[in-house]
Design a binder for this molecule. Structure first.
Ligand SMILES: [Zn+2]
Length: 511
């Protein structure tokens, strides 16, 4: 990455400087901005920095002419003011553009703090600027764009829209990225209308939601946005906790021409929060459902009631191994027989309540052999539910049952809780406002008929929602498939999410 060393981050004041160069006679906020953006991008693309990143990151697609790829992809492809194009064709095509930015040619892979992620951050930033936002990239890799409130509003609050732009290894094109790109398209529509709202709109593109890196971190972007690293101690602790992270931040600082000494990294982390949290009235995350419910019910969009809490356990039954031919059935201490009963009961518990899920994902027979009665079995249990009450009750039922099997079969039992996270409920008022927007967009008969879903997977909203009123919208995705190259959000459904958020913002009165 040493060839990335010279450039400073692209700041709004740089852009303003460059705007002046483009021409004095162009109309404010008109097509000149498109010209300006492409000019800036050509300028950027011709620096060794961007050339270096693009050449390495875009892999297969870059060899012929990365300069035209970079500048072309940042152009607006829509006629001035064509809202259906901005939230339609352009929004969709930007997913395709971003999918070409990867560490590994042929598949999508944007690990945290990778060259591909730096390139993707620049691309997202260029689109934010194209949508009329001021923007910045901070040390943890977050890209934040700001579309200021109507200047007549005193002390305007902020609505944050966003999701993440990192990916799992061999990812699809929509997970996370959709929530970022749809939000940018919404702001771009406002810009084309010349419309300012009585609140500021921020678009937050978080890095490291997926935990795809060798550091062992996860949700670093959202945590930094929430100010978790604002104190010196917290920043130092972060660097101590994860091996390799300090070196990765050092490279990031060097790439952006910032202080790369440890003290500079700590300073950067302390300032990494994108916004003053007191100003933030709401956070909205658009995301593909990653499940099959909306598609099965023929609905394009639903509202999340909560991000499920989760308990993970490791269970071990200790019995007695013995000869499969000589130990009578009545005298066995079969750890697998016990586990089989347990697995069936865990499935029954999972079925016992709407929204509750319980899974045995791994099972290992220790020293397994076809002619030996299993003496020791280890398996994992993963329980998730939209409310902590339901989850804790389910876990209690499972533990009770495991114990009853142990007693009946005369075995030993060890249960280790390996992970526990509470449910994060989404804000009821924002949910209601989103339901109204969905019905006003003609997507459901009434706000009450909007489909409510729980999120079985973790999301940025899980971190943000701990402190800020948050809501999530799920979009139908083909077969419920995600974290997979086959992941698919249809172009019309991609438009639906953007339209709903735009309607929500139009309806919103924030004091
Ligand atoms: Zn995601």
């Amino acid at each position: 990455m040493s060839n990335l060393a010279t450039s400073a981050p692209l700041t709004t004041s740089d852009l303003k400087q460059k705007e002046k160069l483009v021409g004095e006679n162009s109309r404010e906020g008109g097509p000149s901005l498109t010209q300006m953006i492409s000019f800036v991008l050509v300028l950027l693309a011709s620096t060794p920095l961007i050339f270096g990143i693009a050449q390495r990151a875009v892999g297969v697609n870059i060899e012929s002419n990365n300069l035209s790829l970079h500048s072309k992809d940042s152009h607006s492809i829509c006629e001035w003011g064509d809202e259906s194009c901005i939230m339609g064709k352009e929004l969709f095509e930007r997913h395709m553009t971003l999918s070409r930015i990867t560490e590994d040619p042929g598949i999508i892979n944007r690990p945290y703090l990778s060259v591909a992620s730096a390139h993707a951050a620049r691309q997202v930033q260029a689109w934010m600027e194209d949508a009329g936002m001021t923007s910045s990239i901070n040390i943890v890799g977050n890209v934040v764009g700001r579309y200021e409130a109507d200047p007549s509003t005193s002390n305007p609050r902020t609505i944050v829209l966003g999701s993440h732009f990192d990916s799992v290894n061999d990812a699809g094109k929509f997970d996370g990225v959709y929530g970022v790109l749809a939000a940018i398209s919404v702001v771009k529509v406002l810009k084309h209308r010349g419309q300012r709202l009585p609140f500021t709109v921020e678009v937050a593109a978080f890095d490291d939601e997926e935990g795809n890196s060798s550091f062992g971190t996860t949700n670093t972007g959202a945590k930094a946005f929430m100010g978790e690293y604002l104190t010196k101690e917290a920043a130092e602790q972060l660097l101590e906790q994860y091996a390799g992270l300090e070196e990765a931040f050092r490279k990031h600082q060097i790439n952006y021409g910032l202080d790369s000494k440890r003290s500079g990294i700590v300073q950067g982390l302390m300032k990494s929060a994108g916004t003053s949290l007191e100003d933030v009235a709401a956070f909205i995350e658009l995301h593909i459902e990653q499940g099959p419910i909306l598609e099965a019910e023929g609905r394009p969009i639903g509202i999340v009631d909560a991000i499920n809490g989760q308990t993970r356990m490791q269970v071990r039954y200790f019995g007695e191994s013995g000869h499969a031919g000589t130990v009578p059935m009545t005298m066995r201490k079969d750890a697998l027989g016990a586990s089989a009963e347990a697995v069936s009961e865990i499935e029954r518990v999972g079925n016992s309540n709407d929204g509750l899920v319980a899974t045995v994902g791994t099972l290992n027979i220790v020293h397994a052999s076809s002619n030996v009665v299993p003496g020791e079995v280890m398996f994992t249990v993963d329980v998730r539910a939209p409310t902590d009450e339901v989850r804790i009750h389910a876990v209690d039922r499972i533990v009770e049952y495991l114990e009853s099997v142990r007693i009946r079969r005369g075995l030993e039992l060890q249960i280790t809780k390996t992970h526990e996270a509470p449910a994060v409920p989404m804000n009821p008022e924002i949910r209601r406002a989103l339901a109204t927007a969905i019905s006003e967009e003609g997507l459901e008969d009434s706000p009450d008929s909007v489909r409510i879903l729980s999120s079985g997977a973790g999301h940025d909203a899980m971190i943000v929602g701990n402190k800020i009123p948050s809501a999530m919208l799920f979009l139908r995705c083909a077969g419920g498939i995600s974290h997979n190259p086959a992941e698919w959000l249809s172009p019309p459904d991609a438009t639906v999410g953007a339209r709903v958020v735009l309607k929500y913002l139009e309806n919103l009165k924030v004091a």
